[in-house]
Every structure is written in structure tokens, then in C-alpha cells.
Design a protein around this ligand. Structure first.
Ligand SMILES: [Zn+2]
Length: 349
């Protein structure tokens, strides 16, 4: 079986250690928030106190954009040197997806990059999502997987991340249905992006919708299972019960200081990596290692190693030792970092 990268098809066994949920090029400027600290908004990330960004990552405009190819290449070379081989970039239209830049970065860094297709949450939808029918949107997704993206010959290799907020909006439901139809036609895997603290059962509703359209839940990933509520194994299990993959993709982003963080952002209680590792161990002990994916969801500059952040090699360098310490077996770690992304990304002969 083969997978589609931005430089063309490769055999699944060429994927190697793969990060299934990252961003190499992305523009999150729409998240920008004016802060009371004068002057911070327009400073380059390197000139801002890192602790300030950890508490308030959206008050620096520079922090919200990954768009410097040289910088991304440097970070990806560090990942390759740590033993990494492939990375999935789930940036979609409306968030600065740039397949040509990804192709260049892949060639220069020697890391395979798989590009996503579809649309994220309502807030980021370009005009086409509002105007086109479900079938038209499905056709766009199929064409990006089979022909090329936006007039290029660069093809997507995965559907997602498809964004849903709680409650799921009309246009988000349309995109979910289109993604499910495209998955049924092409066999490509799908990633759904939501946050556990969204309206209760929002993700279950999303899974119901795509299942109704004939999507294969065993080739569907639920992202961000480790963002809110200090990480809840019950949430992960409700997804595993449906046969989908649970993805812990927040590794490297931890709540900086509990009390201060709660004050700043009462709804978003990030877990620590140690807490993530414990839940992963609990789930692997119950035999779920073949349904778990791990990643960093790198999407802001302060997460790059260059600026003191975790970088793309954090799982390889710092989390694997923690997993081993907790008693997670070598073959289970290999399943989560190599075999699971490989089965997910391989879908055509
Ligand atoms: Zn993401």
C-alpha cells in the first residue's frame, strides 16, 4: 500500500516514525487578542518573555504565524536527526495552507510531509463552504486527494483536520458529510478536530453524522483528546468504543502555572505531559495501543525549539523515556509512533 506525500506517492514502509498531527505552515492571526501590556503585539517572538507567551500565546501577532520556510526546515531537520521521518500537516484553507511551500520544505529538510484537505471550524470557513453543496464539497476533497490542490499537481494524503464546535453549525455539518462521502469514495483517513469541553457529546454527534454517510470509523481520528479537563480517560474510551483512533496531540504544551492559568483561561485547563503519559499507560494496559496516536499539534512559533519550546522532536527525545519509565512496552510505543500512523496513511495500491 502507498501513502501520498507533497512530493508524490511513497510506500507505507517508507513513512517510518510519523507525527500524525502537526502544522508546518499555518496562519492563526484570527486568534489575536489585544493585551494590556503595551508593545507586545508587534514584537517578534524572540523578544517577548517566554513565560508571558505560555500564559497568553495569542497576544503576539508574530507568534500566531508559522510562515518562515527556513525556520520550519531547521526545526524539521532537528526532528529527522532525532529519528523522525514523516509529518502530517493538517493546515486547511482559511488557515494559510500552502502546498507549494510544504513541498519545498519537505525537499530541503528530507522529511516526508503529508498535506490535509477539507475545512476546519466555521470561524475559518472560506466562502466556498457557505455556497457549495455537500456533494460539491466532497468533489473538491476527492479532487485534492486524486488530482492536485489549487491547480498544482501536489496531492493531499489525508482528510482533515475537519473542525467542529459545539453545537455543530450547519456549515460544519455540511463539511462533515462531505468529508465522510469523500472518505467512502477514496478510502483516505479522516481527522476530526474538536475540544472535549465543547458542548457535551459534540464529538459523538459528529461521529454519528459521518457514520450515517458511510464513513469508516476505524479510519477516523478524534484529535485533541488531551486538551481540557486535565485529560479524562472516560472521554477517550467513549471514542474507542466507536472504533475510532484517540489522538493525544498536545504533547509539549502544558499548563504553565495552575492557579495563574485558571485565572487567565478558566475553560482551558491543559494537562501536563506527565498526566498525558499516565492516561496513555492506562489505555495501553487495557489493550488499546493500536488505536492511539501521539503528536504535538505544533501551530505557534513559541512551540518551536528555536524559541525554547518543545519542537517536533519532543516525543522522541523526552516522552518516549517517560512512557518507558511508566512501563509502556517497546512494541506498544512502536505501534503508537510508527505502525498506527502507517495504517492510517496507507490507502491506495
Ligand atoms: Zn491541529
Amino acid at each position: 500500500m502507498k501513502s501520498m506525500t507533497v512530493t508524490g506517492p511513497i510506500y507505507e514502509n517508507q513513512l517510518g516514525m510519523t507525527l500524525p498531527h502537526e502544522h508546518v505552515i499555518i496562519d492563526l492571526s484570527f486568534l489575536f487578542q489585544e493585551s494590556s501590556t503595551a508593545g507586545i503585539a508587534d514584537l517578534p517572538v524572540g523578544a517577548v518573555d517566554r513565560r508571558v507567551l505560555c500564559l497568553n500565546p495569542t497576544i503576539s501577532k508574530d507568534n500566531l504565524v508559522l510562515g518562515d520556510a527556513t525556520l520550519s526546515v531547521r526545526e524539521l531537520i532537528a526532528f529527522r536527526e532525532a529519528g523522525g521521518s514523516s509529518i502530517v500537516d493538517l493546515t486547511l484553507p482559511g488557515l494559510g495552507r500552502n502546498p507549494r511551500a510544504l513541498r519545498e520544505i519537505s525537499i530541503q529538510s528530507g522529511v516526508h510531509i503529508i498535506c490535509g484537505t477539507g475545512w476546519n471550524a466555521e470561524l475559518t470557513h472560506p466562502q466556498i463552504v457557505k455556497q457549495a453543496s455537500t456533494d460539491d464539497l466532497a468533489r473538491v476533497i476527492c479532487s485534492e486527494l486524486r488530482v492536485g490542490i489549487e491547480g498544482t499537481s501536489i496531492r493531499a494524503g489525508i482528510i482533515g483536520e475537519i473542525g467542529v464546535t459545539g453545537p455543530i453549525t450547519r456549515n460544519e455539518e455540511k463539511v462533515l458529510r462531505a468529508a465522510a462521502r469523500a472518505q467512502k469514495i477514496t478510502g483516505a483517513a479522516m481527522v476530526i478536530d474538536t475540544l472535549p469541553l465543547q458542548e457535551e457529546n459534540c464529538i459523538i454527534k459528529a461521529l454519528d453524522i459521518i457514520e450515517e454517510e458511510g464513513a469508516d470509523l476505524s479510519r477516523t481520528v478524534v484529535a485533541h483528546c488531551d486538551f481540557d479537563s486535565g485529560i479524562d480517560p472516560a472521554y477517550a474510551k467513549s471514542i474507542l468504543d466507536r472504533g475510532a483512533y484517540v489522538e493525544f496531540d498536545g504533547f509539549g504544551t502544558e499548563r504553565p502555572d495552575y492557579s495563574e492559568w485558571i485565572q487567565q483561561s478558566p475553560k482551558l485547563m491543559l494537562p501536563t505531559d506527565a498526566e498525558r503519559v499516565k492516561v496513555v499507560r492506562e489505555l495501553t494496559q487495557e489493550g488499546h495501543s493500536r488505536r492511539i496516536l501521539l503528536s504535538h499539534d505544533t501551530c505557534m512559533k513559541y512551540e518551536y525549539g528555536t524559541y525554547g519550546g518543545a519542537g517536533y522532536s519532543h516525543l522522541l527525545q523526552r516522552i518516549i523515556p517517560m512512557l518507558k519509565e511508566e512501563g509502556v512496552a517497546e512494541n506498544e510505543i512502536n505501534a503508537m509512533l510508527v505502525e498506527n500512523p502507517r495504517s492510517l496513511l496507507a490507502y491506495f495500491a
